[in-house]
Design a binder for this molecule. Sequence first.
Ligand code: PEP
Ligand code: MN
Length: 338
Amino acid sequence: MVVILKRNTSKEQTQEIIHWLKELGNIEVNPIYGEHTTILGLVGDTSALDINRVNSNPHIENVKRIQEPYKRANRKFHPLDTVVEVSGRKFGGTELQVIAGPCSVETEEQIIEVAQKVKESGATLLRGGAFKPRTSPYSFQGLGEDGLTLLLKAKKATGMPIVTEIMNINHLPLFEDVDVIQVGARNMQNFEMLKELGKIDKPILLKRGLANTIEEFLMSAEYIMSGGNEKVILCERGIRTFETQTRNTLDISAVPLLKNLSHLPVIVDPSHASGLPWLVEPLSKAAIAAGADGVMIEVHNNPPKALSDGAQSLRPSEFDVIMKKLEKLAEFEGKTIG
Ligand code: PEP
Ligand code: MN
């Protein structure tokens, strides 16, 4: 339920209303102070609340029930875009972020070389997997803790914030210096993990599950947010369809849909969505044109020798060409990269 207050309601009156609403039922009240109006987001069991009674308060303009099962992630709850800031880089608003880097961290030379090259081309954050979710137990599983150490070295060498995936919540203490924690597609509905990530104060990059609906995706964001962590960045990374030409099918309509249903920033991963390096450019452009707040692109210094996802990875020189085009497109959209 959302309660919209009248324009001239004072801070003291607002506090009194919050107190009054809390006494009416077993609910939590989240105030959102806008420039002109204050909105109170009510979560919990609001079914017992009498809408007419709430409406009778002279300082209340309007009361609306939120039908969708996701509340905190809902745009009705929070009409303005949420901006998630990572070391001065903003996800949401008029900035676009480009996260680039290899699928997996492999060696110190590899991650530092890729980090320096993508930074020179204008990437704003560095990605690299240390704990890898692989379909086969016989495939490279990532360097684990050593991979995180190398990623932190690359962060130190370049000053780029880092994004890396968590696979086991017991590893959380290792992620202390990681700037953005990724929850991969395969863990989008690992609810126990989402609950724990809701208790920390770090941005979470939540990737859409391979076969999950938009509502399920937003409910996973809700798990994190209901614990108190509102710093959630959504990532559309392609879904399973009958099509076999691409690794997944990029659901481009998910971008405007998510932006419409939710206030959270949305980015697109064209590398995992397509599995094909030559599709990264058109899909990145499509993402930005559709209103995405950024893209995440796999770049490897030697794709044929990559230990994971080499087939979809761009060479740094190819990434450089794409970045120049994305900068122009960003300008056309009235945005800037970084
Ligand atoms: C990744 O980003 O490295 C990854 C494994 O992606 P996804 O979870 O989308 O498959
Ligand atoms: Mn990958």
